[in-house]
Design a protein around this ligand. Sequence first.
Ligand code: ADP
Ligand code: ADP
Length: 228
Amino acid sequence: MIEMKDVWKAYPNNVKAINGISISIDKGEFVYVVGPSGAGKSTFIKLMYREEKPTKGDIFIDKTNLAKLKEKAIPKMRRKMGVVFQDFKLLPTLTVFENVAFALEVIEENPNVIKRKVMDVLDIVNLKTKARSLPNELSGGEQQRVAIARAVVNSPEVLIADEPTGNLDPDTAWEIMDILDDINHRGTTVIMATHNKDIVNTIKKRVIAIENGRVVRDEARGSYGYEA
Ligand code: ADP
Ligand code: ADP
């Protein structure tokens, strides 16, 4: 369902971040993306949700080629994917409910449907009781759970997470992994860039290792492979 064919990305300053990557990821997979700092992991992830455009090569999400996608087609394509970041990126003046509802309000979903979908997804991340809270009233782990709820409320095919546990203590990181695993088992493909060696070596999944913008390792049930 996701396929990169000989993808290259040079930034305008001429930094060559991705240097000829070809991979495919099937529906329902859980994939860790690992590698040293500066290896190109974030760029790889950004190419997948069309935050960056490849300099060369094709990136298919189902039948859509992101490399050829018109600007005006981006919002519709993004509905197929949810994205989660290390720093949560919640809207600070909106409640938990409103943060999660936002994407559905943009597409003018019916208010009753919005309420049902938001409360269902807050149930999955165990935050129903915090629906009225503001982000700054929540712990880091809770904020990341809100961000995950927001990312999956549209039932995307793919959840993309760039270092989702990077700002969290170890126990909280494990809670986030339980939730991502649950979401994966409900049918969503999950792609997660991470530096968390313990998690990668314990919850065994496919591992794609990137160094200098190239895939140097791609293993089913792989290991982290670097010092933490
Ligand atoms: P990682 O996520 O593995 O740390 P990145 O994809 O962030 O790697 O970065 C890969 C390379 O691209 C690095 O050399 C980084 O400095 C560079 N880079 C990342 N983003 C930009 C940008 N917006 N403009 C220019 N260079 C960038
Ligand atoms: P309760 O009956 O305890 O209010 P609800 O399930 O009705 O529980 O709502 C949970 C939270 O979501 C409440 O904070 C409610 O105000 C909020 N909420 C419900 N619908 C909306 C909406 N359309 N926009 C913003 N907040 C909403």
